[in-house]
Ligand binder design. Structure first.
Ligand SMILES: NC(=O)c1ccc[n+]([C@@H]2O[C@H](COP(=O)([O-])OP(=O)(O)OC[C@H]3O[C@@H](n4cnc5c(N)ncnc54)[C@H](O)[C@@H]3O)[C@@H](O)[C@H]2O)c1
Length: 351
């Protein structure tokens, strides 16, 4: 049986992991982080017009699977993402993701993409962008606690967006620290392995926590946090999963993405529902102050929000222009007569 070839409308550009890696190398990782941060900032500056909802989470004893949808009225995006802290013991990643960008006017998908690489880059771009607004001026040294899959991306984002030149690394597993130092060799960063979190925080103006544990953990205690630091807390992003001692939260000015989601998932789940927080989009729009003085402790209680993934997909769609770094997936049934889906199936009957 010979079937008519699908029309152009049937195809959706698909970015595989191999093509995503090729695109990252084509642009350059640090350049991509900087460019993606600009897309995220542009979208945060038009925050009120996005559809926003806390992500839809399906929890299990091993981890969580989440759907993250949003729309700006012209485009719609969602990401599928998991978080399974014990996966690495079986050779699997803690976080994997893919996502889709669609045209609101027709509902037709416009781009399907791997988002495991992309999530690491968008998370790093968001952290660095927020750091640029909140970290002390002239910050040069960052503590990087948790040296897993996200960590190198975080280090390069703070180098590219905030100008750090030194990272003090700590992980409960020294092999993870050795891996990160090996990967960052030649990046221009001075890399210092540390034997405990306290040592990692010494002399750091920025502290990033990026550990994975499905429980309330205390990665940082109050005594480690000096006046004036910026804390970029990435790893606490699920109910019952936090990284910071509550006393640190009480001394910090707390900045969040979307309060209804962060109050469920972030460090602030340890606090009352009315504890004051500032939304980072307000700082970017100049509607709320960021860092006010040199002694203030600022905390970005990051959980990752759908608008960041929307921005990342929008960026990839734009960046694909003029490249061949995608495949055309025959993903949408496209009958000649749009109401004759059955006829399309019928004509495809094997003879
Ligand atoms: N906020 C966001 O937008 C965002 C985005 C992506 C991932 N995350 C979260 O970031 C965390 C890290 O993700 P990943 O992909 O790098 O995970 P990963 O499993 O690859 O790495 C986590 C690292 O943390 C280390 N670790 C665990 N407990 C520790 C402790 N007490 N002290 C120091 N190190 C410790 C582990 O040994 C491991 O090397 C996860 O919890 C993930 O859910 C958040």
């Amino acid at each position: 049986m010979s079937l008519p070839a699908p029309s152009d409308r049937a195809f959706v550009p698909f970015v595989s992991v191999a093509n995503m890696m090729a695109l990252i190398h084509h642009v350059g990782l640090e350049q991509m982080i900087v460019e993606m941060a600009a897309y995220i900032e542009a979208d945060f500056k038009r925050w009120p017009l996005f559809d926003k909802t806390p992500r839809v989470a399906s929890h299990s004893t091993e981890g969580v699977i989440e759907l993250m949808p949003t729309s700006d009225g012209d485009h719609y995006a969602f990401k599928y993402v998991n978080g399974h802290p014990r996966n690495t013991r079986d050779g699997l990643q803690t976080v994997t993701a893919f996502g889709l960008l669609a045209d609101v006017a027709t509902g037709y998908p416009m781009l399907l993409s791997e988002m495991t690489m992309l999530t690491a880059i968008r998370t790093a771009a968001t952290s660095g962008l927020v750091g640029r607004h909140l970290a002390p001026k002239g910050a040069r040294v960052m503590a990087m606690i948790g040296n897993g899959a996200q960590s190198e991306f975080q280090c390069l984002a703070f180098k590219a967006l905030c100008g750090i030149d030194t990272v003090r690394l700590y992980d409960t597993d020294p092999k993870a620290t050795a891996k990160a130092i090996g990967n960052l060799h030649g990046s221009g960063l001075t890399l210092i392995p540390c034997s405990n979190p306290q040592e990692a925080c010494e002399g750091a103006q920025i502290i990033t926590t990026c550990t994975a544990d499905k429980q309330f953990a205390t990665i940082l205690t109050d005594n480690m946090i000096g006046a004036g630091v910026h804390i970029n807390a990435i790893g606490g992003d699920c109910p019952g999963k936090t990284e910071l001692h509550r006393d640190i939260l009480m001394r910090s000015d707390i900045f969040v993405e979307f309060p209804p989601q962060t109050r469920i998932e972030g460090e602030i789940q340890q606090l009352g529902d009315d504890h004051p927080v500032t939304e980072v989009w307000q700082v970017m729009c100049g509607e709320a102050p960021g860092r006010r003085d040199a002694a203030q402790i600022t905390l970005f209680d990051s959980v990752g929000f759908a608008v960041e993934d929307f921005s990342a997909l929008r960026y990839v769609r734009d960046r694909l222009h003029g490249t061949a770094l995608f495949d055309q997936l025959d993903m949408l049934a496209d009958p000649d007569d749009p109401r004759d889906l059955f006829g399309m199936l019928h004509r495809a009957t094997p003879s």
